[in-house]
Write a protein that binds this ligand. Structure first.
Ligand SMILES: [Zn+2]
Length: 465
């Protein structure tokens, strides 16, 4: 197997990936709390770990990938109370909607789906063991807390010393907590909340314990990869480590992997700002492949700033790529053959910590000359394009029919091209026909300054955004 490197948040450096058991990968990514419809941040996280799984499989690993739904939580309870629905009914409905969105975006299913509410019995056992070994304690009110002081390695993931960590936690006023950093493993039931019976009374699990236990019952003491958004690093993942390692005495996850966060026009995406980009709404505006490719322009570590321009630019590029595929198919028929370099470049970029940004830069390079190669009748382009489609489909693009994709984008953009742009494009076409290339070039520039692009075809031209 070729060497793969991942950036491990635990060691704060890129490391060669060596799974616990040769050839096998146990992988878990923190999933969604289904309190509202899925937004682009959910898509980004699901996309990154889906790609990671697919690439590891392609590289020959046998991967078991588990994702979860945190299907009991304060926000779910609040929302379901508003709607006068039982919390579980509401959560189930939201999960159905989110699953349907992920499916529409072509996100692969994990091998194992986990649900917090289906693991409550195991959570109770896990918590009891922590209490028995004095790592956790029960309060008079029936809450159970993890004792952070009992875990010497606390802070190893986030790099926060416990005094610093205090700044990052919500200080609640439970006077029965021994230390402000201690976090709830079990919360006693409040009026109107769903609850489960436990040795400590009626209640429900804390959020952090859910992931520790779902991992434990699925994979045992240790896993290879634990993924999630960077916002989960502290305290969620730090607390997962504390609970799991206190119970097993072994390092929990070998590689902690965190994807960057989404910003919208420079701002944090949040419900209170009203700038959440819902997956369903985005899909009405752009092809799902455009959205996915836009998200993969950067390395997955970096935060992404989403602007309309990011999507329209990506659409322009993907439209051009698909147009070339369509043209090549019309000229040469079905694709066949292999372009070794295309595949090697892609693999080397991806082996370097899933560098999709680099992989896409190779793709842009290929398409710098692909159209000309097709137009000139250079048959070697068929193998190149065949490898492009085959290889890059791992990123969730080039899965559509070229003709349909091109037609859809054209239908969408045709109406929105202003008359002055159309006139300039027509003048430029005339200038070209008269072989007045200087004027044609100048007109092209004018069109581009207005934010449009003219693409020449054999028998005419097209304007795109
Ligand atoms: Zn988690």
């Amino acid at each position: 197997m070729e060497q793969i490197k991942f950036y491990n948040s635990l060691s704060r450096q890129k490391e060669v990936f060596v799974p616990l058991e040769a050839g096998k990968v146990k992988m878990y990514a923190c999933g969604i709390t289904p309190s509202a419809e899925a937004h682009i941040g959910h898509l980004y996280q699901a996309l990154i770990y889906d790609i990671m799984r697919s690439f590891l499989v392609k590289e020959g690993y046998k991967v078991t990938y588990a994702r979860n739904y945190t299907d009991v939580d304060d926000k779910i309870i609040a929302k379901s109370n508003e709607l006068h629905l039982p919390a579980d009914v509401y959560a189930k409905e939201m999960i159905k909607k989110i699953d349907a969105e992920m499916h529409a975006y072509g996100i692969g299913e994990p091998d194992i789906w986990l649900y917090a509410t289906k693991t409550i019995g195991d959570m109770i056992k896990f918590i009891q063991k922590l209490i028995d070994s004095k790592k956790a304690y029960v309060t008079k009110g029936g809450d159970v807390y993890f004792s952070v002081d009992s875990f010497k390695d606390y802070g190893k993931l986030s790099g926060r010393r416990t005094d610093e960590a205090l700044d990052g936690v919500r200080i609640d006023n439970d006077e029965e907590k021994l230390s402000p950093l201690d976090f709830a493993l079990w919360k006693s039931a409040k009026e109107g909340e769903p609850f489960w019976d436990s040795p400590w009374g009626k209640g429900r699990p804390g959020w952090h314990i859910e992931c520790s236990v779902m991992n434990y019952v699925t994979f045992g003491d240790q896993i290879d990869i634990h993924g999630g958004g960077r916002d989960l690093l502290f305290p969620h993942h730090e607390n997962e480590i504390a609970q799991s390692e206190s119970l097993t005495g072994k390092p929990f996850a070998k590689y902690w992997i965190h994807n960057g966060l989404i910003r919208v026009n420079g701002q944090k995406m949040s419900k209170s700002l009203g700038n959440s980009l819902l997956m369903g709404e985005l899909r009405e505006k752009y092809d799902v492949e455009v959205v996915k490719m836009a998200l993969l322009q950067n390395s997955y570590h970096t935060d992404i700033n989403i602007t309309d321009k990011l999507f329209t630019d990506t659409e322009k590029h993907l439209y051009e790529f698909y147009s070339v595929l369509k043209l090549a198919k019309a000229k040469f028929g079905d694709f066949a053959g292999k372009d070794q370099k295309v595949e090697e470049d892609f693999d080397s970029a991806m082996r370097d910590d899933l560098n999709t940004s680099k992989a896409l830069s190779y793709l842009y390079n290929i398409f710098k000359t692909a159209r000309e190669r097709v137009e000139k009748g250079d048959k070697s382009v068929v193998a190149t394009l065949n490898s492009v489609v085959k290889t890059y489909s791992l990123l969730g693009i080039f899965k559509e029919d070229a003709e349909t994709f091109v037609a859809n984008v054209e239908k969408k953009t045709a109406i929105s091209i202003p008359n002055n742009v159309k006139e300039l494009a027509e003048k430029r076409w005339q200038a070209k026909k008269e072989r007045n290339f200087a004027l044609a070039d100048q007109l092209r520039k004018e069109i581009e300054e207005l934010g449009y692009l003219v693409l020449d075809a054999k028998d005419g031209y097209k304007i795109t955004k």
